[in-house]
Write a protein that binds this ligand. Structure first.
Ligand SMILES: C[S@@+](CC[C@H](N)C(=O)[O-])C[C@H]1O[C@@H](n2cnc3c(N)ncnc32)[C@H](O)[C@@H]1O
Length: 432
């Protein structure tokens, strides 16, 4: 993508590098979205449990498992997804926002033109923290760039596709998106309108998932349906005008059918806290390879995980897969989560507010809950702060959040074949 800055053409990369400081300062100053998101997550948990002591006990029973053994869980029960969301949803939303900032700072954030929606896929999505974070990020970025007289104008719209095999995530995403709509309606007016809510899990299993095949199959089905009636009339062997029109309109029909089909490639694919052991990687290797080849030019595969020697082997394999797909590694960094005190307070408060509701229904449940000792101590300490005190006081009882590792691989020029380049320039020429 090329635009102009001071009369000179600049690429998206150059623009991001130049605009990064200004954009990041603006985003941090005016970011009311994350507060809305936290509120919606707490409201969802509080409302789902209601005044039901049995429901509260069921969620409490899942708190230990969802904290330390979540890669072994099947997420068939809604209570399990609620416990997961209580610890992780707001935390992961902010980690993804941090990672998107890192991409911008390095000139590697994928940008779509305002007329197009950025296509995003979240793999092993769970409660879709990356999807929600990306929608909010681009809504703000799009609105900010619209106000700039020079430089890039970015799309403010993201189409989110989620992929997860846990059956209860569907209900979680639906209810969370509803809460977000309610929070947006009741809150103060915002400088931009969010249009991109999603309410479902789009795909279920990563094994065998192939966006290009899905795209082609759906496109061909649409095409057959569009041309069906004409072919039926055409069966008598006579040359008739319908058949002639069908052939000449085939290109148009094909373009329409391709538009109606799901994307064959994405601008952004996020895989967060998903591939956590060697065995899982071996099983999913061909599918991860497909993901690495399912990016549009300029698209990014963003992978977030815990850091540490335990994962070194896994990362070697993933780097190799990315190399084979000719992707360029643009980020490889370990960062501290929520280092800014305001973000730490926001993330911790969301968990504490939900815990307070459970504590009211089941007093002192934490002594029996299977939590790691350090976590139990923080929970008990935070809950001992009276609700009448500022929430920051309780949040300060939670220690710093752990570091996490950000890997990003970009599909740059190296990964675009000559044949593809010809196809793009042909498409551009016909769009003019
Ligand atoms: C630890 S959760 C991560 C959720 C979310 N990405 C986050 O960062 O909070 C891992 C998710 O991967 C899903 N999962 C595991 N294997 C899968 C597979 N083969 N296909 C699709 N989803 C899978 C699980 O159901 C679970 O929801």
């Amino acid at each position: 993508m090329v635009s102009e800055l001071g009369g000179r053409p600049v690429t998206a990369r150059q623009w991001e590098l130049q605009a990064a400081d200004e954009w990041l300062a603006y985003r941090r100053d005016t970011n009311s979205d994350s507060a809305h998101f936290c509120e919606a997550v707490t409201r969802l948990i509080v409302r789902a449990v209601g005044e039901n002591v049995g429901a509260a006990k069921r969620v409490i029973a899942q708190l230990g498992l969802t904290l330390s053994r979540c890669d072994e869980l099947d997420f068939k029960e809604f209570d399990q997804t609620l416990a997961y969301a209580l610890w992780h949803e707001v935390d992961r939303y902010h980690r993804v926002t941090q990672a998107l900032d890192m991409l911008f700072e390095r000139g590697a954030l994928p940008i779509a033109k305002p007329a197009r929606r950025l296509q995003m896929l979240e793999v092993g999505s769970g409660p879709a923290p990356a999807g929600y974070a990306t929608v909010d990020y681009f809504a703000a970025l799009g609105a900010w760039t619209q106000r700039q007289t020079a430089g890039f104008h970015s799309s403010d719209s993201v189409e989110v596709h989620t992929l997860d095999r846990g059956p209860a995530w569907r209900q979680m995403i639906h209810r969370l998106s509803e809460e977000l709509l309610l929070v947006a309606r009741s809150g103060a007016e915002r400088p931009y309108v969010r249009r991109d809510r999603f309410f479902d899990v789009t795909y279920n299993d990563l094994r065998g998932f192939n966006p290009r095949e899905l795209h082609n199959q759906t496109r061909d089905r649409h095409l057959d349906r569009m041309l069906e009636s004409t072919w039926a009339e055409d069966g008598d062997g006579f040359v008739d005008f319908d058949a002639w029109f069908a052939v000449s309109d085939r290109q148009v029909a094909k373009a329409l059918a391709a538009k109606a089909a799901p994307p064959s490639a994405y601008d952004l694919i996020v895989v967060a806290n998903f591939i956590t052991n060697e065995e899982m990687l071996q099983m999913l290797k061909p599918d991860v390879e497909v993901l690495a080849r399912s990016l549009v030019p300029g698209g990014v595969l963003l992978i977030l995980s815990a850091p540490g020697a335990k994962y070194t082997q896994i990362w070697e394999h993933i780097r190799e897969l990315a190399r084979r797909a000719r992707l360029e590694q643009v980020v490889d960094e370990v960062v501290g989560a929520h280092r800014e005190p305001a973000t730490h307070a926001l993330v911790a408060s969301a968990t504490i507010n939900a815990l307070r509701h459970l504590e009211r229904l089941v007093p002192n449940a934490w002594t029996a809950a299977e939590l790691p000792d350090a976590v139990r101590a923080e929970v008990v300490s935070a809950l001992s702060v009276p609700a009448s005190a500022p929430i920051e006081e309780a949040a300060a009882r939670f220690g710093p959040y752990p570091h996490f590792q950000v890997h990003a691989f970009k599909r740059g020029h190296r990964a675009i074949s000559l044949k593809e380049r010809k196809r793009f320039s042909l498409r551009k020429a016909t769009q003019r």
